[in-house]
Design a protein around this ligand. Structure first.
Ligand code: GCU
Length: 338
């Protein structure tokens, strides 16, 4: 009886390690050799919500294909910066990635529409857009660039944080602010009278620490997880934009799969996205608490102050969304439908 129990426990643990996406190798003795071993790039840390979503995705795919497809998640930008990863994805050097939508705006200006300043009233509004026809349209839109859009992950709202105290938009004037690779963000920073400085996410901490830039902008979890809050202790909670994140697969890798396996990948991606959203909500609260408790000074804006910022950003709608006003109109129409 005892021996039987031992065998059961052993079998169970082997089954578990078989689909453990946190391992970077697989045990040739105990597992059947997978038909496909794919690499998944993630630039956030191992415990970050998007990385947890990636692990969940890899585990689900492994389980649903009985180990035929194994996905190894490389977190913390081990496979390169987001822009480099995107290049690799297009050529099949990397199979999967989760990227900030910002990176895609350089491929096609149409993607800028989804990250216009103050476009969404809140998270719920953004999900009505992304979970509906507009979200689906943008997921298929990437196919033109040899990518396959799988699902949308959450990345909350972004705000400015600085080494000097910013209490009003005018205090941003003359400051050097790190931005992602995005022409629209560069223009937004210029409209505020600040100087946009483009660099990768991985370079931001040292540049803030050395005073080479005066500030940056991001969401609560990124601000906390990267320790940027230790070197830029003023958080201006303006929530100027929500930049959703896309889970992508290389089209070259997708083409290697059977129709059934592609379906599994798509279903698991969607399931992992729901999991990520839950993890996001928990981490967002926790990160805010952590940085507030550390003594970071948070400036909260009144409705009028946010309105002032929205007015400053209005020219961006004209410059970046003129050709897509129908989409903007449909997005705005989803504002009040709760
Ligand atoms: C967010 C996003 C990252 C991105 C970063 C940035 O944190 O999750 O993927 O690289 O913004 O500002 O570059």
């Amino acid at each position: 009886m005892c021996r039987f129990l031992l065998i059961v426990v052993l079998c169970l643990s082997l089954a578990c390690t078989g689909c453990n996406s946190r391992e970077t190798s697989f045990n040739h003795l105990n597992e059947s050799v997978p038909e496909h071993i794919f690499r998944y790039a993630e630039n956030q840390a191992a415990d970050y919500p998007t990385t947890l979503g990636a692990y969940r995705f890899a585990e689900l795919v492994c389980e649903k294909t009985d180990g035929r497809i194994k996905i190894i998640v490389y977190h913390s930008a081990q496979l390169g910066s987001e822009v480099e990863v995107l290049e690799q994805l297009r050529f099949g050097g990397i199979d999967f990635a989760r990227v900030s939508l910002s990176c895609l705006t350089e491929m096609s200006p149409e993607f800028s529409v989804l990250q216009l300043p103050y476009l969404y009233s809140d998270d719920a509004h953004m999900w009505r857009v992304l979970d509906g026809d507009i979200g689906k349209h943008y997921l298929t839109r990437v196919e033109e660039f040899d990518l396959s859009g799988l699902s949308w992950y959450n990345a909350g709202a972004r705000s400015f944080y600085t080494r000097v105290h910013v209490r009003a938009p005018k205090d941003l004037q003359g400051l050097d602010i790190r931005i992602q690779e995005s022409k629209m963000m560069a223009d937004m920073v210029k409209l505020l009278g600040a100087n946009p400085v483009q660099m990768t996410f991985e370079e931001v901490y040292s540049n803030l620490q050395l005073g080479k830039v005066d500030g940056a902008e991001n969401n609560w979890p990124s601000y906390e997880s990267t320790s940027h809050y230790e070197v830029a202790q003023y958080f201006y909670l303006d929530e100027h934009t929500r930049i959703p994140e896309m889970q992508l697969m290389s089209k070259i890798s997708m083409d290697k799969l059977s129709k059934e396996d592609r379906k599994i990948i798509q279903e698991c991606a969607r399931e992992s996205a729901l999991f990520e959203r839950e993890e996001w909500n928990k981490r967002e609260k926790l990160s805010e608490e952590t940085v507030r408790a550390s003594g970071v000074e948070v400036v909260t804006l009144s409705i009028e102050e946010k309105q002032e910022l929205q007015n400053i950003c209005m020219p961006l709608y004209e410059k970046y969304a003129m050709d897509y006003m129908d989409v903007v109109g449909r997005i705005l129409a989803l504002k009040e439908s709760d």
